[in-house]
Design a protein around this ligand. Structure first.
Ligand code: CZF
Ligand code: MG
Length: 197
């Protein structure tokens, strides 16, 4: 079976990637399945730059095809923050609940029509001896006034999906996979992936 490493230590992302690939066709591993994986510093200014950094460094180390995902939440009222700092918005320990609390506090009292936001996912695919390629996917929504739902990960409980009239955390796994920024980006990558695996 073909093997693919997803260059992530985020369990939520790893779970979603496993469910986005048809079972039995590609073996999907994440850095959580490997011993002592590299910690790649995210020094880029954009999701795409960070995805390239992670994909190329991990691909070089394991000499195999790697997809990296750099993603996050852009809130218009906060001029695009937390953006590339989404995972570490409330501190280096990357706590989802602290991140949500920080966003809710910053948007406290802000009316519904000014709470527009989007999730962005940049994917980079890298393979030894091949040129790295990137794609981006997005999904539009609003920042909810409070948490709703238990699904997904990260900011999902406060991300109200415009087209579904529910938060991302209230959607089933299948519903999220049909509309998410990650699924949208992966769909764009499907056309070029066979050149890499
Ligand atoms: O509610 C959410 N639903 C999503 O579908 C989603 N996708 C990304 N995010 C947020 O953006 C950060 C990415 O930062 P990030 O790309 O640097 O990943 P990370 O540091 O968690 O892991 P790694 O892949 O770098 O190892 C994550 O931690 C989350 O806070 C999401 N939140
Ligand atoms: Mg990260």
């Amino acid at each position: 079976m073909k093997k693919l490493i997803i260059a992530t230590k985020n369990e939520g992302k790893a779970r979603e990637f496993r469910s986005l690939f048809p079972e039995g066709e590609v073996e999907v591993l994440s850095l959580l399945d490997l011993e002592e994986p590299l910690d790649v510093e995210e020094t880029g200014n954009t999701f795409t730059e960070n995805a390239i950094l992670k994909a190329e460094e991990i691909s070089r180390k394991y000499q195999t095809t790697v997809i990296a995902d750099d993603s996050g939440l852009e809130i218009d009222y906060l001029n695009g923050a937390p953006g590339v700092y989404s995972a570490r918005y409330a501190g280096a320990e990357k706590n989802d609940q602290d991140n949500i609390n920080k966003v809710l506090k910053e948007l406290s009292g802000v009316p519904a029509n000014k709470r527009t936001a989007r999730f962005v996912c940049a994917l980079a695919v890298s393979s030894p001896g091949k040129e790295t390629k990137t794609v981006t996917g997005t999904v539009d929504g609003y920042i909810n006034e409070q948490r709703e739902g238990n699904g997904g990960f990260g900011y999902d409980p406060i991300f109200f999906v415009k087209d579904k009239c529910r938060t991302m955390a209230e959607l089933t796994k299948e519903e999220k996979n049909a509309i998410s920024h990650r699924a949208n980006a992966l769909e764009k990558l499907q056309g070029i992936l066979p050149e890499y695996i």
